[in-house]
Design a protein around this ligand. Structure first.
Ligand SMILES: Nc1ncnc2c1ncn2[C@@H]1O[C@H](COP(=O)(O)OP(=O)(O)OP(=O)(O)O)[C@@H](O)[C@H]1O
Length: 204
């Protein structure tokens, strides 16, 4: 279980972003997170994945602090994949940075063999996003923080990406936090949904 307990966080002391918010994500559970622009959804995702530390409260995985090094069991998938890759590496090296997906997995995520010898700048944002999502599914991953990952995809590719991710998550009992402005998408994917507003997290 990934648990955030009574997190408080701010970038400026005059403007608290969260005030003692808590949330849990169980193995295999899909939770949707919505909220106005600037409410702090991405920041909460970064806290849950250990990219940022809360001022108060704690994030734990099965009762223990997140590991400080090595392959992270909570993987954050950001909206802009180009910021998450080494531009000097070819796509094949990027994809296989921590593990080697099977051909079937590449097909399921629509990752074409011809992309692997190219540099990431030559892929479209949506193509690179699919590479990055598959890259994150390392055998040790337990939870995914998917932060607006399908915004740049056309509707059919979006559907294919979520179907592939659903299948992997079901097989491996991954818990997934889906951050999105698209309420219809959240309703379709996530039986539980939370809304972040005014420093508080509420179910909707
Ligand atoms: N490193 C930073 N330094 C200062 N302020 C920051 C920093 N990162 C984010 N912020 C501010 O914190 C607030 C929350 O940002 P965050 O990206 O978490 O919001 P969000 O809900 O994900 O927004 P959006 O839906 O627009 O992506 C914003 O007002 C943002 O400007």
């Amino acid at each position: 279980m990934l648990e955030a307990r009574q997190l408080s966080f701010h970038f400026s002391p005059d403007a608290p972003l969260f005030d003692s918010i808590s949330l849990t994500l169980n193995a295999g559970q899909w939770v949707g997170l919505s909220g106005d622009s600037g409410a702090g959804k991405s920041t909460l995702g970064k806290l849950l994945a250990g990219y940022l530390a809360p001022f108060e409260g704690e994030v734990s995985l099965d009762g223990k602090a997140l590991p400080k090094s090595g392959i992270q069991p909570v993987q954050r998938l950001p909206q802009s994949p180009e910021l998450a890759v080494n531009p000097r590496w070819r796509v094949g090296k990027i994809l296989r940075e921590a593990w080697t997906p099977t051909e079937t997995q590449c097909q399921a995520f629509g990752v074409q063999p011809s992309w692997l010898s190219r540099f990431p700048q030559s892929l479209s944002g949506g193509e690179l996003q699919r590479v990055c999502v598959l890259r994150a599914l390392v055998p040790k991953v337990r939870f995914l923080i998917a932060d607006e990952i399908s915004t740049m995809l056309d509707p059919i590719t979006q559907l294919e990406l979520w179907q592939a991710l659903k299948q992997e998550a079901e097989q491996r009992q991954l818990g997934v936090l889906v951050i999105s402005h698209d309420n219809a998408l959240l309703e379709r994917l996530c039986p539980q949904r939370l809304h972040l507003s005014g420093s508080q997290l509420t179910p909707w």
